[in-house]
Design a protein around this ligand. Structure first.
Ligand code: NOJ
Length: 814
């Protein structure tokens, strides 16, 4: 059975409102029910120690790598869903027990709410006059997950139990042979620190010299503790009703073999505050005595009055600085919230976790090369130092012939995956351009970085970052096909497109368009650097590639996707499956290859054939059996994944393309229909399932009965690209080498908007007036009251801002 597409607004907002409310004044979301259709998570991190936590307190913590340094357990894929997590039990003298996170006890409460903020999560709960406020965050200066609990109200003594299930650090070894490895661990109580200590003594750990000493402690003296999960929970029990809590004592159980946990009990004689601290000290198996000393001194520092509050304030400062770089006031409050708050929050998470870790993704995928380059597009304008560091890391994963690894593992130091793709290395110029356009610091490209040696492990010869970028172009020049466009190789950006190119002769039009964008970016850098020889060569490559695309890419009604091994067009009106692919349509405009009539015709075909109420599909018709029943293009079920799903990442390019065409109404419609809060209400919360604040990778398309189910939240390129699409193309504050372009594209109904944008040391207060209700075009621009000459476009050169800390920009559209 195939469901008809649901129409926009089918689910009443009231249904969604039962589950959540955005608290815009606080920059938070309040979640009113623990039983959301999927865990709705938040990431807590200081860049080294990380955790995610759901609205029900589920989640896990890891240090540097979720592949090899998982501190606590989380059961991926298996029931009971979303467990275990960071659990607290409040036990009253009469034996009543409840949890501020609602789970695991699930005792009915008088009031309950979970709130996710950038970088921290807070639970508010009340029962029988006792109120609890639990805040979870990672301390910026100490690798510690802080559980800050405040109780108030009418109650006598309260016993507070805190519990986590510990992990064997390596996710895969634990799955494979944890039943042996559990003989290699020790959980004990360190009297000096008054803390539970955990050491996993597996000498086969891949980073045995860095194995951390884990601790769980409190700011109040421990009444009891347990390191033995079974001893604490009891036979055939689970986290819902631990025996240790029922008895009112953890049992003081050390563990030398078995399933580890860290449980502790403190007693508050009257409601007040206690903070639990789950953290670690690096050390390695041979150096753990030093690690013990380090933990003791960390705990002394964190237990000092004001220390936890100071860490919390510092965390908030980090986020405030990050978010202040770009802010906006828009007539659409939902879009404003998404653009100014949740998209950049999401971009930080993808920047940190690539595609690796969420409630379904166990975190073993490392960093995708193309993925990280793209993720940095949304980091470069807010935290350029981070984007620069990542650029050098990525350049270190490039071979001397210009191609790059496909996936790499900087923390795990596993061998990278080395399949050769047409696109991976071509994202580097976009990343590098985003960085230098933001900072103007061309010296960043003069720094010397080693290539990756052919053994894919050691450092090879060194070259400047600029030379690395040119080498990427040389690689593509050396791998053009019979139509003079890039050979697809293993794939282009689209993972499965390589099935058209198994014999190595298939060609990708999308990769050709991406190549054009890369060439344009590098050409402007070459000119800025004064590297005339490179500029001449890049201009020649650019001209040839444009010519090649123009000669073969147009199908008559839209752009083709490429050519298969036998030279047959892919993505053509004559095809049975996959007549129309999305990406070449949007990228024809992004690359500027083609004529304006072709661009509008192509985007109109997208509108007619690919659009749905919650986003644009990747292709149509989805592949069923082609090219062969037994060897189809895709094993994906209809409407799923890369086969006709609504692939959200690619929707951001649709937004950008329509914005570049100046079609403000459409560009904003594509953006807003997919915004999580809107798509959730359109599809219906129980169908959409995912968070109303996090972008997802894909939404099941209309060819599938689960049309509208949103998949893979948070860790997706959608986040960075939607962030860039909104701030730089819709609202139009786009850094270019020549300066900051201010060229908004708006829905014609909007009278204007306001933006604040930090750029090269100056905070710009930009007011956009749209008196004639147009969709694009700037007719007047003033800087601090002085008219700005628009003959070279609305681009503010940096020298006009030099020495200013704040400037006022008035933009009039017409
Ligand atoms: C998800 C992959 O992680 C990403 O690298 C790829 O570009 C997209 N799928 C599209 O195929």
């Amino acid at each position: 059975m195939v469901l008809a597409p649901r129409s926009a607004g089918q689910e009443s907002p009231a249904v969604a409102a039962d589950y959540y409310t955005f608290l815009d004044d606080e920059g938070a979301i309040a979640i009113h029910r623990h039983d959301t259709p999927a865990p709705w998570i938040n990431y807590l991190s200081n860049g080294r120690l990380h955790a995610f936590v759901s609205q029900a307190g589920g989640g896990f913590a890891w240090w540097r790598s979720p592949t090899i340094f998982r501190l606590t357990r989380y059961r991926m894929y298996h029931l009971p869903t979303d467990s275990p997590g960071f659990y607290i039990y409040l036990r009253l003298p009469d034996g009543r027990v409840w949890s501020p996170t609602f789970r695991p006890c699930e005792t009915p409460l008088d009031a309950w709410e979970a709130r996710h903020y950038p970088g921290y999560t807070r639970f508010l709960a009340e029962k029988d006059g006792l109120r609890a406020e639990l805040t979870l965050f990672v301390a910026p200066d100490s690798d510690t997950l802080v559980w800050d609990l405040r109780l108030d109200g009418e109650a006598g003594p309260v016993d507070v139990f805190a519990y986590v299930e510990l992990s064997q650090l390596g996710w895969q070894p634990e799955m494979l042979y944890g039943y042996y490895l559990r003989h290699m661990l020790h959980v004990w109580h360190d009297a000096e620190a008054d803390a539970v200590f955990y050491l996993f003594r597996h000498d086969g750990h891949p980073r045995v010299n860095e194995v951390p000493l884990v601790y769980f402690a409190a700011t109040a003296p421990l009444v009891s503790y347990a390191g033995d999960r079974q001893g604490f929970l009891g036979n055939y029990r689970d986290e819902r009703n631990p025996l240790g809590v029922e008895r009112g004592h953890c049992g003081d159980l050390e563990l030398f073999t078995g399933e580890p946990c860290a449980a502790q009990q403190v007693r508050l004689e009257a409601p007040g505050r206690v903070t639990f601290l789950l953290g670690l000290a690096p050390g390695g198996l041979t150096a753990y005595p030093q690690a013990e000393a380090e933990v003791r001194s960390t705990l002394t520092a964190l237990r000092a009055p004001g220390a936890v509050d100071a860490q919390f304030a510092k965390l908030q400062d980090w986020w405030r600085e990050h978010l202040d770089v770009f802010d906006c006031q828009l007539p659409d409050a939902d879009a404003q919230r998404q653009i100014a708050l949740w998209s950049p929050v999401n971009s930080v998470h993808t920047g940190r976790y690539s595609r690796a870790v969420n409630v379904d993704a166990p975190g073993i995928r490392g960093f995708g090369f193309r993925d990280s380059c793209q993720d940095m597009l949304a980091i470069a304008y807010r935290k350029p130092a981070w984007a620069q560091e990542m650029l050098y890391t990525l350049l270190g994963q490039q071979y001397a012939d210009g191609h790059v690894v496909h996936t790499f593992f900087p923390e795990e130091r596993e061998a990278p995956s080395t399949s050769v793709h047409s696109d991976d290395h071509l994202w580097l110029p976009l990343h590098a351009y985003a960085l230098v356009a933001e900072t103007g610091d061309l010296d960043a490209l003069r720094r010397s970085v080693p290539y990756l040696a052919d053994d894919s492990r050691s450092a090879g010869p060194e070259a400047t970052a600029w030379e690395h970028l040119l080498t990427a172009i040389r690689f593509t020049e050396a791998h053009l096909g019979t139509h003079d466009i890039p050979l697809t190789l293993r794939s282009d950006w689209n993972d499965i497109i390589g099935k058209f190119a198994r014999k190595g002769r298939g060609e990708s039009i999308f990769a050709g368009q991406q190549y054009v964008v890369a060439l344009r970016r590098l050409l402007s850098i070459a000119q800025a650097l004064g590297d005339n020889a490179a500029a001449e060569w890049l201009a020649d490559c650019l001209q040839r590639q444009e010519r090649a695309l123009l000669a073969c890419a147009w199908d008559g009604g839209w752009w083709r996707r490429g050519f298969d091994d036998d030279g047959h067009p892919v993505g053509s009106a004559d095809a049975v499956f996959g007549k129309l692919f999305l990406n070449p349509q949007s990228w024809s405009i992004i690359s500027g290859v083609g004529e304006p009539e072709q661009w509008t015709q192509a985007m109109d075909a997208v509108r007619e054939q690919l659009n749905t109420p919650v986003g644009v599909k990747k292709l149509t018709p989805g592949f069923a059996t082609w090219p062969e029943e037994t060897d189809p293009f895709s094993g994906y079920a209809p409407g799923c994944g890369e086969n006709g799903a609504i692939f959200c990442h690619a929707n951001a390019w649709v937004v950008i393309a329509e914005a570049l065409l100046g079609r403000g109404a459409r560009a904003w419609e594509y953006f807003t229909q997919m915004m999580p809060h809107n798509a959730l209400r359109t599809a219906g919360l129980q169908r959409y399932q995912s968070e109303p604040y996090a972008w997802v990778s894909n939404i099941v398309g209309p060819d599938n009965p689960r049309f509208g189910w949103a998949n893979v939240p948070h860790v997706t390129g959608t986040a960075a690209w939607m962030d860039v699409a909104a701030t730089q193309y819709l609202l139009g504050a786009r850094p270019e080498l020549a300066g900051l372009v201010i060229d908004p594209v708006l829905p014609p109904t909007w009278p204007g908007c306001a933006i604040t944008r930090h750029y090269r040391g100056c905070m710009l207060d930009i007011t956009v007036h749209n008196p004639h209700h147009v969709e694009h075009g700037v007719t007047h621009l003033t800087l601090d009251g002085a008219p700005f000459d628009l003959s070279h476009g609305p681009c503010l050169p940096p020298h006009l801002l030099a020495g200013k800390q704040r400037a006022v920009v008035e933009v009039t559209m017409g």
